[in-house]
Design a protein around this ligand. Structure first.
Ligand code: ADP
Length: 301
């Protein structure tokens, strides 16, 4: 097969691993910087150009779109879809998962366990917003944050109110969430490929830190997830219309609750923690499923 990895940087661990896994399985593979792609949007012969030449005859693309590049990145993926190329994740599903609020609303509709979450535009009703999620302590999150930046634990009602006012004063969009104390600074990442959890790890935040992000000094270890966690992860990914995704969950008193779904999940943390060849699993999934001219996303929201 001829596979393109859409990534800004061929030297990134995940990009390199996907490239090597594809080569190992005797595929032709190329890393393409999607920000350098340009497009010809016509109805009879849509194309993508790269380094002055049209990109032709790919069987599959693997999007690895940076969070800050979703707009252009998904446009490039969509263009490949117009050309009938199979995408490991379709453009619609990537856009859907990138919006944290939209993601939670879709999961809620499917009846998936979530931390009680509030969202508001105006600052007049902050007291009510804090009360809807059960009162302090609460977690306040910037909608556009990644890697734990912009995730704040407010222990008291007053602290929560000040933080929300400060963020809203800067016109930032935020979520207010019940604090899952019993998770004890740990979360679970399930890596789902083609409807199956292929690897899972637990991340534990450093001493005194409620955020478990590896970028913030968290430590990862391999775990065996419960059947309930496994089905929650699989159902969440399906609800988003994704094929390859990382599902982040907390172990709460009322079962697993999903925080986030990542459509370009990193491979380094999960492969190192579990010893599983996740890149190989992604390539195998593409081998089995890459049918041309077949968009599968039929999710109406
Ligand atoms: P980001 O996308 O920036 O990583 P997350 O929503 O994943 O933001 O939050 C970062 C970390 O903070 C999570 O991995 C988790 O450990 C912790 N956390 C987030 N939300 C909650 C919550 N409601 N209760 C307890 N811990 C939380």
């Amino acid at each position: 097969m001829k596979i393109a990895i859409l990534s800004q940087d061929g030297a990134l661990y995940s990009t390199k691993r996907l490239k090597d896994a594809a080569k190992e399985k005797n595929h032709q593979v190329q890393v393409i910087n999607y920000l350098r792609c340009y497009m010809n949007i016509t109805s009879h012969q849509p194309s993508v150009f790269y380094q002055g030449k049209p990109l032709e005859e790919y069987d599959a693309v693997i999007p690895r779109i940076g969070a800050s590049r979703t707009f252009y990145g998904t446009a490039v993926v969509r263009q490949f879809e117009l050309m009938g190329v199979f995408a490991a994740n379709e453009s619609q599903a990537i856009s859907r998962s990138r919006d944290k609020l939209r993601c939670l609303q879709i999961l809620a509709r499917e009846g998936i366990g979530l931390p009680v979450t509030g969202f508001a535009h105006a600052t007049q009703d902050i007291d009510g917003l804090i009360e809807t999620v059960g009162g302090a302590p609460v977690v306040i999150k910037l909608l556009e944050g990644t890697q734990g930046i912009g995730v704040v634990l407010a222990e008291t009602h007053q602290a929560a109110k000040s933080v929300i006012e400060a963020f809203r004063g800067l016109e930032a969009n935020i979520l207010v969430q019940e604090f899952i104390k019993e998770a004890k600074g740990a979360d679970i990442r399930c890596f789902v490929v083609g409807g199956k959890v292929v690897a899972a790890m637990k991340r534990q935040g450093g001493e005194g830190e409620f955020r478990s992000n590896l970028h913030r000094g968290g430590k990862a270890e391999k775990i065996k997830v419960t059947p309930e966690e496994r089905s929650t992860a699989v159902r969440s990914v399906k609800a988003m219309g994704l094929r390859v995704a990382g599902v982040d969950m907390l172990r709460s008193n009322h079962g697993p609750v999903v925080m986030e779904i990542n459509s370009s999940p990193g491979l380094e943390g999960i492969e190192n923690a579990t010893g599983i060849d996740v890149a190989g699993k992604i390539i195998e999934f593409i081998e089995k499923n890459a049918t041309p001219n077949k968009l599968s996303d039929r999710i109406p929201y």
